[in-house]
Design a protein around this ligand. Structure first.
Ligand code: GLU
Length: 474
């Protein structure tokens, strides 16, 4: 029987969670869910100078927003120092590591000499071969005794056997002068201690894998399986960065993307299942496998993400969409904080808006007429459409509506058509001014939908305000 799958996402909290990180988290999450395994979240915060609490909070908020729930953690490396120290001592006592007393000045000098000779600067092993009494003063660092010849082979589930020459490595540092362990060391100790079976991560870490493989062997921890996934590139084929637009997960939330759309989009960056583009989470979990992950670089395509977002906006049930729209309505200043509206109430205008909006921000802005008590007018539209000539038609629409007992699509339509016909005008010539009066703008859902959404009282109130406004302008 094989061990149950245990995978981890191990972000360093040195900035926001970017889409590349999200995709790494997602592939781990899908792998765990597919095999009924465990997904562990570990915050790699040992680099005190670059890690921040805000960044940890942002990572957690991003994962929650995306629905990438974890089964264990978040573990924090800063809370695990005793274990690292114990493992350093283990390697020291087994003579697989040694204290190094070389001073930074000595090391600088050796590095310069090597460079002058055109050699790759690497530690020359002075302290590895030291015999006799230990020098005065404290050791500056602890180094791992790495083999100096031969090769180390890292088995990668996506790339096959990746062979590294040991002579490229030197006796690398595992414990710094200030007593803090180094990145490669803590990753191995943690992955071992947490029983990680598969390390799925970006291929920017492939070059760390030989050192890590040697550390597993040195610590007598069985090596996990590795899968190094390719980087995400921008459209110009350079590594995805801010230059290519938004890259943080929460920036997409704030721009009105649905988490399901972003997850779906990122799942398809490097993984595929036939030609299928849209997947429910259940399908993604069912179909996900590392065999269908490619090693060729994936190119980030914002238009495709936007298209997917629109698909999700169209096909998500309004009440579910309302959960994501609500915070955006508040952020956009359309609803006040603590508005107390239920999701059902927020969902009401969605069916008349979801076929066209590309983002939830756009949907929020287009629904402002429905949620706001005070309309904001597009001034140009108001002076263009709300003229003295149009006033009698508005009055007719208002009196016609007040006579209809229960507003229905057909009865409202009949009234508009009648008024237009009597005035000898095209329907649009009457409908557009009413639209501006009721929504403040020239673009809105269909005019009959607007009337039905607002209801009789609000519609009549806005029409009468507009009639008053035209009068006041003379
Ligand atoms: N902390 C590393 C990073 O954020 C990941 C390390 C790993 O996955 O092994 O890039």
């Amino acid at each position: 029987m094989t061990d149950p799958v245990r995978v981890r996402f191990a972000p360093s909290p040195t900035g926001f969670l970017h889409v590349g990180g999200v995709r790494t988290a997602l592939f781990n999450w899908l792998y765990a869910r597919h095999y009924g395994g465990q997904f562990i979240l570990r915050i790699e915060d040992t680099d005190a100078s670059r890690s921040t609490e805000e960044s940890i909070e942002e990572i957690l908020a991003s994962m929650k927003w995306l629905g990438l729930n974890w089964d264990e953690g978040p573990h924090r490396q800063t809370k695990r120092q005793a274990l690292y120290r114990e493992k350093v001592d283990q390697l020291l006592s087994e003579e697989k590591a040694y204290p190094c007393f070389c001073t930074p000045e000595e090391l600088d000098k050796k590095r310069e000499e090597a460079q002058a000779k055109g050699l790759k600067p690497k530690y020359d092993g002075t302290c590895r071969n030291r015999s006799g009494a230990t020098p005065e003063g404290a050791a500056s660092v602890v180094r791992f005794k790495a083999p100096q010849e031969g090769t180390v082979t890292v088995r990668d589930l996506l790339r096959g056997n990746v062979v590294f020459q040991n002579e490229e490595l030197d006796d690398f540092i595992i414990l710094r002068t200030d007593g803090t362990p180094t990145y490669n060391f803590v990753v191995v100790v943690d992955d071992g201690d947490m029983g990680i079976t598969h390390v799925i991560r970006g291929d920017d870490h492939l070059s760390n894998s030989p050192k890590q493989a040697l550390l597993y062997d040195g610590l007598d921890i069985p090596r996990p399986e590795f899968a190094h996934i390719s980087m995400i590139l921008g459209s110009d084929k350079t590594r995805l960065s801010k230059r290519h637009g938004a890259t943080s997960a929460l920036a997409y939330r704030d721009m009105g993307y649905l988490p399901d759309a972003l997850v779906n989009y990122l799942a398809r960056l490097g993984w595929s299942h036939g030609d299928q583009e849209i997947f429910t989470r259940k399908e993604m979990i069912e179909y996900f496998s590392l065999e269908s992950v490619t090693t060729s670089a994936a190119v980030f395509n914002p238009e495709k993400l936007q298209w997917l977002n629109q698909q999700y906006i169209q096909n998500t049930p309004p009440v579910d969409l309302a959960r994501h729209l609500a915070p955006i309505l508040v952020k956009e200043g359309i609803l006040p904080e603590g508005h107390g509206l239920s999701l059902e109430e927020i969902a009401k205008p969605i069916p008349s808006l979801n076929q066209r909006a590309e983002t939830l921000v756009e949907m929020a802005q287009k629904s402002a007429f429905y949620f706001k008590t005070e309309l904001e007018f597009d001034e140009k539209a108001r002076s263009k459409f709300l003229t003295a000539e149009i006033k009698p038609h508005l009055e007719k629409i208002a009196s016609g509506l007040s006579e209809i007992n229960v507003l229905e699509h057909d009865s409202v339509e009949t009234l508009f058509k009648q008024v237009a016909e009597e005035a000898g005008l095209k329907l649009g010539k009457v409908a557009q001014p009413v639209r501006v009066a009721l929504t403040g703008s020239t673009t809105s859902p269909g005019i009959y939908d607007v009337v039905l959404l607002l209801g009789k009282d609000t519609t009549l109130k806005r029409l009468s305000e507009m009639i008053g406004f035209i009068k006041s302008r003379g």
